[in-house]
Structure formats: C-alpha cells, structure tokens
Design a protein around this ligand. Sequence first.
Ligand code: DGL
Length: 272
Amino acid sequence: MDNRPIGFFDSGLGGLTCISQLMKTLPDERIIYFGDTARTPYGSKAPSTITAFSTQIADFLIQRDVKMIVIACNTVSATCLDELSARYPDTPVIGIIKPAAETIAEICTKDNQIAIIGTKVTIKSQAYEKLIHALSPSLSIHSVSCPTLVPLIEEGIIENQIMDLSIRHYLDQFISYHNIDTLVLGCTHYPLIRTNIEKLYPGISIINPSKEIVKSIKKELTDRNLLACGSTFDNTFYASDLSENFINMINRIFALSEFRIAFKSFDLDVQK
Ligand code: DGL
C-alpha cells in the first residue's frame, strides 16, 4: 500500500480526461496534476522543446514525492517516454499510447478501417502504427493530424459551430475516403469533443485512450503493491498559467463525476 499521490501531466487541460476515468476505477488514489497552460499547445513544437518542457514538469512532480508519473499526453508519450523512464529509474512512468495500442490490437480485425487522429507530432511519429502493427500486423490504420482542435478546446470553444466546422475540415473527406469505422482519439483533449464527433459521424466506434491508460495504471500499481487505501481526496491541480478556462474545465469535468473532489490549491509554480 502507498498513499503518496500519482503525478499526471499534460500540455494543458487534456490530461484531465484521464483523471476523470481514474476516479471511476481507483477512487482512493490522490492526484497531483500539472497542466502547462502557459506553453500549450505542444503538438506542433519541436521534439527537443517538448522533451525539455516535459522533463521540467516531471522533475516538478518527482520533487512532490509522487509514486508514479502518468504522461497524460499523446504528444509527450510519442516524443520522450523512454527518456523520462530512464531519468527516474525508481518511479514507474506510464505513457498513454501503448495501453491504447494494446486494446486496438485486441479488439480490431483486418476488416476494420481504423483512424488515428492527433497532433502533428503524434501523427508524424507514427507511434500508434508502430505499436499496433508490432502486435497485429494486418490491421488497416490511417492517420490525420488536426492541429486547430487543441487551441479551440483550451479556449473552451466546444459546443459551437466553429468547433464542428474544424472537425469537418479535417475529417469529412478523410472518413469517407478511407471508409473509417473506428476512430481513435489520439490526443487527450479530444474526449472533450467526443459528443461533437459522435453527432457528426454517427455509427463510428470511438476508442478513448484516456480510458485505456487507467487499466495500465491499475495493473502497475497492483503489481508493485502501490495501491492507495483510505485517501482523503486531497487532489492538487497546478497550471503554469492559471486561466479561468482551466478552472472552469476542471469544474466541468468533475461535475459529471460521482466522486467528491477537493481542490487543495492552484499554484503558479514553474518558469514560463
Ligand atoms: N493533450 C495533448 C495530447 O494528447 C495535446 C497536445 C498539444 O498540446 O498540442 O497530445
């Protein structure tokens, strides 16, 4: 048993979609979350920049004695998971792409036409394709980057025609040309626009990696005997720029949760 918190981070508020899933499965766990809202989006930045920012944040979490680091960001997972794992040999570091790839390889067949949508960096890395094809080489995978979606979500432009038009700009032709039947939300921000996507493309199966990563977290904590017991819901959310939208989004995500969340503090605590 280990009641220390789990450290989560993302370029902004997207990683919160992993936490809302975690609360349902492991309600005793405490969380420290860091959203790099001052420097979001990461998805069009150079890998060296993403690695430098991520290392800074992971160090921040390690200083707060987390028992595990969860990279709640596909872009960071695609860029520097191995570097971060090597940097903290005594702390498990979990990326989001591998657990999702394992589920896709398990539930999809060669008759499916699978789409990965994500940031430019994630799509260019082909991290999903490599991991899925290592497990199931015959699967048909297509991918497309959707770079305007994260900035719109960070601005809270969601239930809105501008968001719907942006989604259609990237996906209308892509989905019909490839006959897509399965869509992977390869960016942790995208579960926040899942309703828009389902409305625009009814009938498509959606795979949400933010849900899949929780299975990995649970397994790793169980295998290492690190599960928490009797936590006080003492969760802390940090942002490098504590915007109104960040706070609103946290309230919005956790308003749907059955579990009581205590917001201990919001600190501006990294160099921009
Ligand atoms: N949530 C991040 C991801 O999963 C978004 C990256 C960005 O900041 O562009 O890739």
